[in-house]
Ligand binder design. Structure first.
Ligand SMILES: *Cc1c(COP(=O)(O)O)cnc(C)c1O
Length: 344
């Protein structure tokens, strides 16, 4: 990390997340699929990897407050690390579009939450202007220290596989993360820790796919709120990462994202948030299109924890719950007749 050896480090011991082999999706796509489960970071998303570095830098620079615009996870992470550092934090959120868990975190960690009447891109514009004029550090991924931290996920994948995978599938919102992974993989290759580089395949949501469409999306829409971004700050870098690696940036529909979100939970036992499932939805789509040959090693990044967004998870919960009286005979009949459970 780009720091002097001594000096304070603000950390919650983020990173070292597991690379979990797939038991089901591997079979669907005929590849060796692994999930980099970033939902297991301290605040439940990969944003912590960058936030430890950005907040450490803010402390060493002697600022007293930090600010970010956020679709949710950046604010949760900024609030937690700022709390630990004793800094004040301001988070600007697009009105009405934040998953409940993320908002709960920002509030609990003592951030000042300001809901703006506008979308993420407008909130980021305001944050840029405020932080350019006041003694407040911007901790969005335009901050280069964020990327320095986030690249460590690529290091961990190589350390675990003893080389880079053939493909990395990753959701793309503001495009900081795909940029970070590319930095990390290249750095490890240069240091001869990896023999090859992976093809980076980034996925936007169809209703928020500026890079794929080649134009700013004024009113981005998707239920994957973490990637509901119409004008990514790291647009150019993301395009370069995809192109240089021999990969691509494409989009998946909300329907495809929702199916993958449910599939990962039901068949892999892993609960990720909707935006994270765009990586798996993308892999399934790319495989159908013949873009991924069989037998390849594929890492899908699951960027955030499913508990972040209980509303998305419980949308159909009422329909799935069986309601029965608290009576053994009724429950027994249900198990035997409907669920076909056999007696001992
Ligand atoms: C921030 C975030 C993304 C998008 O990452 P970018 O760096 O903005 O492209 C994807 N998924 C989750 C869960 C996120 O919090």
């Amino acid at each position: 990390m780009p720091f002097e050896e001594d000096g304070p480090i603000i950390t919650l011991l983020e990173g070292n997340t597991p690379l979990i082999p797939s038991v089901h999706i591997s079979k669907i796509v005929d590849c060796e699929v692994l999930f980099k489960y970033e939902g297991l970071n301290p605040t439940g998303s990969f944003k912590d990897r960058g936030m430890t570095v950005a907040i450490t830098k803010a402390v060493r620079d002697g600022v007293s407050a930090v600010m970010c615009a956020s679709t949710g996870n950046t604010s949760a992470s900024a609030a937690a690390y700022a709390a630990r550092a004793g800094l004040k934090s301001f988070v600007l959120i697009p009105e009405g579009k934040i998953a409940l868990g993320k908002l709960a975190q920002a509030v609990m960690h003592g951030a000042t939450v300001i809901a703006l009447e506008g979308n993420f891109d407008q909130a980021l514009q305001v944050a840029r202007e405020v932080t350019s004029r006041f003694d407040v550090a911007l901790v969005n991924s335009i901050n280069p220290y964020r990327l320095e931290g986030q690249k460590t996920a690529a290091f961990e994948i190589v350390d675990c596989l003893m080389d880079a995978p053939d493909y990395l599938f990753i959701p793309v919102g503001n495009a900081g993360n795909i940029t970070s992974y590319w930095m990390g993989f290249r750095q490890y290759k240069e240091a001869e820790r990896a023999k090859k580089l992976p093809k980076l395949c980034g996925y936007q949501a169809a209703g928020a796919a500026p890079i794929v469409l080649g134009r700013v999306v004024e009113k981005p829409e998707t239920f994957a709120t973490a990637i509901r971004i119409g004008n990514p700050a790291r647009w150019k870098e993301a395009e370069a990462a995809a192109q240089e690696s021999g990969g691509f940036i494409d989009m998946v529909t909300d329907d495809e994202i929702r199916k993958a979100y449910e599939l990962i939970a039901e068949k892999e036992g892993i609960f990720c948030e909707p935006a994270s499932a765009a990586s798996v939805a993308g892999l399934i789509k790319a495989k159908k299109q013949g873009k991924v040959e069989k037998g390849k090693t594929v890492v899908c990044v699951l960027t955030g924890h499913g508990l972040k967004d209980p509303d998305s998870a419980t949308l159909n919960a009422d329909l799935k719950i069986r309601r029965l009286p608290a009576d053994f005979n009724v429950v027994r009949d249900y198990l035997v007749e409907v669920e076909k459970v056999g007696e001992k």
